[in-house]
Design a binder for this molecule. Structure first.
Ligand code: AR6
Length: 170
């Protein structure tokens, strides 16, 4: 099935969904941007599970393009799915890894039985991926990934991001 794609503007930590995706880093131990906001509002239970994941399966950290779930703590969701986007460097970035973030997050969502999943615009902040290109990869990947997820909601922090995603759906 192809999920219905919806767009929302604002803070993803205010959303209600089965799963909220976090644009994390490979340490899984928090950071700025969405990651910081999710840990702040979600509370310490998320970090506690992240630490356990580091101590068990992910001693070397979570690889770029991969995804793993924890509790959502105090967020209005059942799970947070952490994924690590690729960094945009001068000259470009590995688009297949950015696509992989969306694909792997949906795979994890399917394993959990999540039906609604909220995504931020992965890699478009600290990791500097150009918004227009990131929006294209995000929308194309979701539309081309078989999943039981019924709704994918892109939660965009500002007008620029919202408009870039709107153009992809237009
Ligand atoms: N809700 C929705 N979107 C947000 C929010 C929010 N609360 N806050 C920021 N954004 P970023 P990245 C937007 O930097 O580029 C962290 O330190 C933001 O405007 O959060 O994947 C991690 O620990 C941008 O469009 O993630 C990593 O080290 C988008 O979310 C690194 O940043 C992604 O920006 C990951 O960098």
């Amino acid at each position: 099935m192809t999920p219905t794609i919806t767009l929302a503007k604002g803070d993803i930590t205010r959303e209600s969904a089965d799963a909220i995706v976090n644009a994390a880093n490979s340490s899984l131990l928090g950071g700025g941007g969405v990651d910081g906001a999710i840990h702040r509002r979600g509370g310490p239970a998320i970090l506690e599970e992240c630490r356990k994941l580091r101590a068990s399966q992910y001693g070397k950290g979570l690889a770029t393009g991969q995804a793993v779930a924890t509790t959502a703590g105090d967020l209005d969701a059942r799970w947070v799915i952490h994924t690590v986007g690729p960094v945009w460097r001068i000259g470009g970035g590995d688009a297949s890894l950015l696509a992989s973030c969306y694909r792997e997050s949906l795979r994890v969502a399917d394993e959990l039985g999540a039906r609604t999943v909220a995504f931020p615009a992965i890699s478009t902040g600290v990791y500097r991926w150009p918004m227009e290109d990131a929006a294209r990869i995000a929308v194309e990947t979701v539309l081309n990934t078989p999943t039981d997820v019924e709704e994918v909601r892109f939660v965009l922090f500002d007008d620029r991001a919202y408009e870039a995603f709107s153009r992809q759906l237009g």
